[in-house]
Design a protein around this ligand. Sequence first.
Ligand code: F6P
Length: 321
Amino acid sequence: MQRIAVMTSGGDAPGMNAAIRAVVRKAIYHGIEVIGINRGYNGFIEGDMWPMNLGSVADIIHRGGTILHTARSEEFTTPEGRAKAYKNVKRFGIQGLVVIGGDGSFRGAKIFHDEYGLPVVGVPGTIDNDIYGTDYTIGFDTAVNNVVDAINKIRDTATSHERTFVVEVMGRNSGFIALQAGLAGGAESILLPEVPFDVKEICDKLMRGVKRGKLHSIIIVAEGAASGLEIGSKIKEITGFDTKVTILGHLQRGGIPTATDRLMASLLGAKAVEVLMEGKTNKVVGIRASETVCYDIEEVFNNTKKDLNTEMLELANILSI
Ligand code: F6P
């Protein structure tokens, strides 16, 4: 293998730059050239690609976002779009592709491999941590810390005014951010897409808390479970409490990546290069019990639901009584 390409695709995640850096430096260490593809599959189709060197990834390990930019490409879902991308594979002499992104991005990689035979490896990068087969995805740890930081700040004002706060966090289909940030932030209730909930019960719990002297309450709602605004107005209606809603939105996805995210990203990026060097394809790299692993990309598609940590779930309920 003499030349590989790397792209980031789908929603950005803090730590993606550390992964790009690891791919580039690990590949160059082994004498492999690296082409950076800008704007995910869109850049692949348009030939928006450039040769990277050791200096291309200098001073980026601590930066959020992705220096390669990212996109969700409609055109790559069409055979015509993929045919255009293949022309660029030939033009740039690419012999392997590393895709840093989520399951949608991996699906594109697999279809492309199946049509054109280009070896592909996926590196899990999404703040949602919802990719099957890996304990961590790049960006998750930073996102959880961003949410906990926001909860800490909200707590100050919530206590001062003796208010109830509903905090809506990201997680279209999964509650990993909500659960871990809720537990680490000491939330009274955590609403997750994976677990049914009853607003009446949440309100009863809030009222019990107030009776025993609680000055404020924080409810974390994963966007995939419910709308924070709707939950806030229901709570206000049932309890009569002064209830405010904060939607954290995209600030969760930005900022300096944590050390954990940089470490995971570095390990995963380097592992992806190794996998390509071993002549493997249609693989995803991941972390299980602190070790890097490599598994079939199809496992991600065949197991769309990644289970939440039940111990954390139970503990969150116990500690928030
Ligand atoms: O990165 C994953 C995610 O953050 C989801 O939780 C969220 O719903 C979605 O991306 C929003 O991303 P965008 O606004 O870029 O479409």
